[in-house]
Design a protein around this ligand. Structure first.
Ligand code: DP6
Length: 345
């Protein structure tokens, strides 16, 4: 019998949303469009080896060991088998590691499902002996990644990405993310992200149960309208180089996300006292020095300080003198807008 084995290995970045995905419909479809950029350093590297088998098994190793994430990966593969019947006849060995410390407080589900979906798309093409162009490959991987974690679908692209149907940009869809390649002011290509670690502890609420809180949220309808309006405004600001409006929208989105959580039933408060002090310090620094900086926040207490590469020296000084004392073990990650996934094998 001829053995049928294949292997694929990809590195995929995490991404940070500027317009937030919060709330979903069945099938992991978003209630509003979201907009993000991929990071450069915060990545997951995953290899998937498959072998034809009459008794298919799924093994998942994270940094060489069994991990609780394995259960989520198994469920994910079972779900994908419905759309990709070839998967039913193969055993899977998935090996994954992150390039950032566990304690970095960075959402790793986006980079994890991104890297896994890229491997699976690659293998799917090999097993079925089909070739597709880069656009179709990325869209397929993005759709597959979405099935694992909504925000992961945006990690498939370098630079900025859009996910969710919007009248603002042609080609947007709820099914997968697309790259945002319209002409923008060059300053935004030098976007930097200092990830300030306030607390690396486990989240009190998983993203999935957080999204559920939106189903009955009294502000749901207005939130959807606001996200659409914010998307329009932020894209305009990036085309015209209006940095002030850009940061206004980014901060409005971050604080709206947390306001929605706080005003949900049950209510969820993820920000810590240090998070609020950092926000205040960032705003004071901006006001006093006129340096274009701002912040965004995911569903957790850590603050992403956003700035541009030409202001690197001032911002680093500001972090060292004003912020490190508020951080867990003085930890922060010096990241920036990134070049997207990389095929490793
Ligand atoms: C606050 O993508 O982690 O980071 O689809 O349930 O896996 P699931 O949720 P997830 O939600 C991310 C929410 C967010 C905002 C964003 O990334 O847009």
């Amino acid at each position: 019998m001829v053995e049928e084995r294949y292997r694929a290995k990809w590195s995929c970045p995490s991404n940070i949303a500027l317009v937030k995905y919060w709330g979903k419909r069945p099938g992991q479809l978003p209630i509003n469009p979201s907009f993000s950029f991929s990071l450069q350093k915060s990545r997951t590297e995953t290899s998937v080896s498959i072998q034809k088998s009459s008794k298919p098994e799924i093994s998942f190793l994270f940094e060489g060991k069994e991990s609780p994430f394995g259960e989520r990966v198994r469920k994910y593969l079972e779900l994908l088998k419905l759309d990709y019947p070839w998967m039913q006849n193969y055993s899977f060995l998935i090996e994954s590691e992150n390039t950032f410390p566990h304690s970095a407080g960075i959402a790793s589900s986006a980079s994890s499902f991104g890297a896994l979906a890229l491997c699976l798309t690659d293998l799917s093409m090999k097993v079925q002996e089909v070739t597709v162009d880069e656009k179709v490959f990325s869209e397929t991987a993005s759709r597959m990644a979405r099935a694992g974690s909504g925000s992961a679908c945006r990690s498939i692209y370098s630079g900025f990405a859009l996910w969710g149907k919007s009248g603002q940009v042609e080609g947007t869809t709820d099914r997968n993310a697309i790259p945002f390649r319209e002409k923008i002011h060059p300053q935004f290509q030098g976007l930097m992200d200092a990830v300030l670690l306030v607390d690396s502890g486990k989240k009190q609420v998983s993203s999935s149960s957080g999204h559920e809180l939106m189903n009955q949220h009294p502000f749901k309808e207005n939130r959807v309208a606001q996200a659409n309006q914010n998307l329009k405004t932020i894209l305009e600001s990036m085309k015209s180089g209006d940095v002030k409006t850009f940061f206004e929208i980014v901060e409005n989105e971050a604080l709206t996300l947390h306001a929605l959580m706080m005003s949900s039933s049950p209510s969820v408060v993820l920000l810590k006292a240090e998070s609020l002090i950092i926000i205040e310090k960032i705003r004071t620094f901006r006001q006093q020095t006129d340096t274009p900086v701002g912040f965004t926040i995911d569903a957790g207490p850590n603050i992403h300080l956003l700035y541009f590469k030409e202001n690197r020296t001032q911002v680093r000084d500001f972090i060292q003198t004003e912020l490190t004392g508020l951080l867990e073990n003085e930890q922060w990650m010096d990241d920036r807008i990134g070049e997207g996934p990389e095929k490793l094998e």
